[in-house]
Design a protein around this ligand. Structure first.
Ligand SMILES: Cc1cc2nc3c(=O)[nH]c(=O)nc-3n(C[C@H](O)[C@H](O)[C@H](O)COP(=O)(O)OP(=O)(O)OC[C@H]3O[C@@H](n4cnc5c(N)ncnc54)[C@H](O)[C@@H]3O)c2cc1C
Length: 471
């Protein structure tokens, strides 16, 4: 058992680094880039935690993970205790430990952040979840409750919001069924985020654990076509809508319909869900460009450009209309992309995709931009520099400028109000919609956001559904 160290020593210690695959090696494969902590790394990092009470990090976690409590157990090498502590409130720890924007959540709130070295909470959460998987540790048994067991809940969508809601409700004893349009559960975790950031086997494992708790998951089941939300309202005691924001945005510029232009959603789905990355085992149709331009500056753009590099692009280029400072992608993703040789055409916007005589992409015409006054998002507004047009010779263009609500679910939901963008109108604290039997949460309420916010929304809805059904 490792010792507790004195506060003065905690302040002196640096954050424990995590080993990762070297850039030149990793661009040749789809294996995970960060390699995770060893037990020694995890203990050294856990020893730095100040064990604050009250803990600002918990307040910064939408899943309410009792962070100091699980970290303390790591020092004692009590992996099972740490795992059960996390699992009390978070059904997806291996996922969240990997892809949450911890810098804006728990780690952003950590007292050590003021010294520039917050506790690596995400890495520790990942360590505990991975070790628990290796050891095949069991979750706590769901409560058997005669008052809730006869109440049926329907959930639309098996992304993080739907899964988190299902896990909390099944723990309370409810009869929970998820309807998922795709052939696999996980939402963006399975079809959007690439293998080198979030291995599919890890998502699959955490989904399986939720299934083992008793949640029924029907895949290939499109609500809006196979059944309407109105039918679910008739058949179930409560309905939670968590269908995400999966419809891609385009610019509407000339040439966007040429062969070789993809939305990032389609490109990543072909690579992840249809396993184009797993070639030659899978023969998925995808244009493996030699010169690929990805337009956008968020996590989705970074995932698409790094995927293109691994699929064999010599030049994989980010085209972004603002500067590096305004890029919305996580800092770590940008740094990983830079280390992998991704090129950045900053302050640049596309105006036209140029095709050859066969209708294939051959270039992207762009214009240079400059930054003006801040806009409503607080970021400086980009303005075109007249006459600065130039072309990039590329054979694939991927558009990663955001996702929207798909109207299929909303069209089948009588009495559930949507806003002008097609997102459900739902109370931020409870997820209640304008229909008394329907709740909603995750990207389909907020627009494209983050995994942990979706998890948080699923949990809030579960709490509110329970309060309503048990009152
Ligand atoms: C490429 C990419 C990378 C990202 N990277 C990160 C990251 O690193 N960190 C982070 O925190 N966030 C990231 N995000 C954002 C994050 O993944 C989302 O905010 C989160 O997944 C939203 O969860 P959700 O459950 O609301 O929706 P989703 O994950 O979109 O899940 C919705 C589910 O509903 C299903 N569905 C849709 N329509 C129907 C229907 N009619 N019937 C039945 N089922 C339906 C969908 O198939 C899907 O499985 C990323 C997003 C993308 C696209």
């Amino acid at each position: 058992m490792a010792e507790r160290i004195k506060p003065a020593e905690k302040f002196k210690r640096e954050r424990t680094p995590m080993k990762e695959q070297a850039p030149l090696e990793r661009i040749k494969n789809f294996k995970e880039v960060p390699l995770g902590y060893t037990l020694e790394d995890a203990i050294a990092e856990a020893q730095r935690c100040l064990q604050c009470n009250p803990a600002a990090c918990i307040a910064g976690c939408p899943a309410d993970v009792r962070i100091p409590q699980f970290i303390d157990k790591v020092i004692d090498e009590d992996i099972e205790g740490a795992f059960l502590e996390i699992k009390k409130t978070n059904a997806l720890p291996a996922v969240c430990g990997r892809v949450c924007p911890q810098e804006d959540q728990c780690e952003g709130a950590c007292v050590m952040e003021k010294k520039g070295k917050p506790i690596a909470i995400g890495r520790l959460e990942r360590f505990v979840a991975d070790k628990a998987r290796e050891l095949n540790l069991k979750d706590a048994e769901p409560t058997r409750n005669a008052n809730t067991a006869n109440k049926k809940i329907a959930i639309v969508g098996a992304g993080p919001a739907g899964l988190a809601c299902a896990a909390d409700l099944v723990k309370l004893g409810y009869d929970v069924t998820i309807f998922e349009a795709l052939h696999k559960a996980g939402g963006v975790l399975i079809y959007g985020i690439p293998e080198f950031r979030l291995p599919k086997s890890i998502v699959g494992y955490e989904v399986e654990k939720i299934r083992e708790m008793g949640v029924k998951i029907y895949t290939d089941y499109v609500i809006g076509y196979v059944k309407k939300v109105d039918d679910l309202v008739e058949e179930y005691d409560a309905v939670f809508l968590a269908n995400g924001a999966g419809a891609p945005s385009f610019f509407g510029i000339p040439g966007e319909n040429l062969k070789g232009v993809y939305s990032a959603s389609e490109y990543l789905t072909r690579s992840n869900l249809m396993r184009a990355f797993d070639f030659p085992k899978y023969d998925t149709p995808i244009t493996k460009g030699k010169k690929v331009a990805v337009v956008g500056g968020g996590n989705v753009a970074m995932d698409a450009v790094r995927t293109a590099k691994r699929l064999g692009a010599d030049d994989a280029i980010i085209v972004y209309r603002r500067s590096r400072t305004e890029m919305p992608a996580r800092a770590e993703e940008i740094e990983h992309a830079e280390a992998e040789g991704i090129q950045f055409e900053l302050l640049t916007n596309p105006v036209k995709v140029i095709g050859d005589e066969n209708g294939n992409v051959k270039a992207l015409e762009c214009v240079k931009m400059e930054l003006g006054e801040p806009d409503e998002s607080g970021r400086r507004r980009p303005k075109e520099i007249p006459g600065s047009n130039f072309t990039l010779d590329v054979d694939v263009v991927i558009i990663a400028i955001g996702q929207n609500a798909n109207p299929i679910v909303a069209r089948s939901a009588t009495g559930v109000e949507t806003n002008k963008w097609g997102y459900f109108v739902a109370d931020e604290e409870t997820g209640k919609t304008t229909h008394p039997k329907v709740w909603a949460g995750g990207d389909i309420v907020t627009g494209a956001a983050t995994v942990i916010l979706a998890v948080g929304a699923g949990k809030k809805a579960a709490k509110s559904i329970h309060e309503t059904l048990s009152s």
